[in-house]
Design a protein around this ligand. Structure first.
Ligand code: PNS
Length: 165
């Protein structure tokens, strides 16, 4: 039985994330999608509880996928959950430059393997950061997000614009 972890901020979950999660679910027995805090990023659009709720709805077609949260080191979380590897999506070279040092450090700290999957070409330009920016500036995010996530993202961005005006 192979259990892997797909960690990320998921603020919010996109079709790019779901592409990787769904393919990981086809490759491994159990997939834990772990929402963690990226300490290098500014405060996000959704709370961790909201991100978890949106992930649960978006991943309900895959019974072998569990949604969880973690704090602290990813290697400690993976050890606790008895996961043998981390699965990450790579869109372009910049992702590789960001992910490779973390993969090396995680392997050195804990023998934790990292499996990189190339993001499907269709979603290669999608990121939560760009989604937040497009929504904040009043753009249409529906092509990039599950319908319920798009609705909540558009609503949150509108509420923020109203609060600022
Ligand atoms: O979606 P993101 O923002 O790329 O997710 C980043 C996340 C949360 C997966 C990453 O920041 C992480 O693994 N944080 C855990 C802290 C940790 O283990 N840091 C040391 C990495 S070598």
């Amino acid at each position: 039985m192979t259990r892997v972890v797909c960690p990320g901020s998921f603020d919010p979950v996109t079709f790019g994330h779901l592409d990787i999660i769904g393919r990981a679910a086809g490759l491994f027995d159990e997939v834990i999608v772990a929402v963690g805090a990226n300490t290098t990023k500014k405060t996000g659009m959704f709370t961790v509880a909201e991100r978890v709720a949106m992930l649960r709805t978006s991943c309900k077609e895959w019974p072998q996928v569990e949604i969880d949260t973690f704090s602290g080191l990813l290697v400690d979380y993976c050890r606790t959950r008895e996961a043998t590897a981390v699965v990450k999506g790579l869109r372009f070279a910049k992702d590789f430059e960001y992910e490779l040092p973390m993969a090396h450090m995680n392997a050195q700290m804990s023998d934790l393997e990292t499996v990189f999957l190339p993001t499907s070409a269709q979603w290669g330009a999608v990121s939560s950061t760009l989604i937040r920016e497009i929504a904040t500036l009043g753009g249409d995010v529906t092509p990039f997000l599950p319908a319920e996530v798009a609705r909540r993202t558009t609503e949150r961005a509108r509420a923020r614009r109203t609060a600022q005006s």
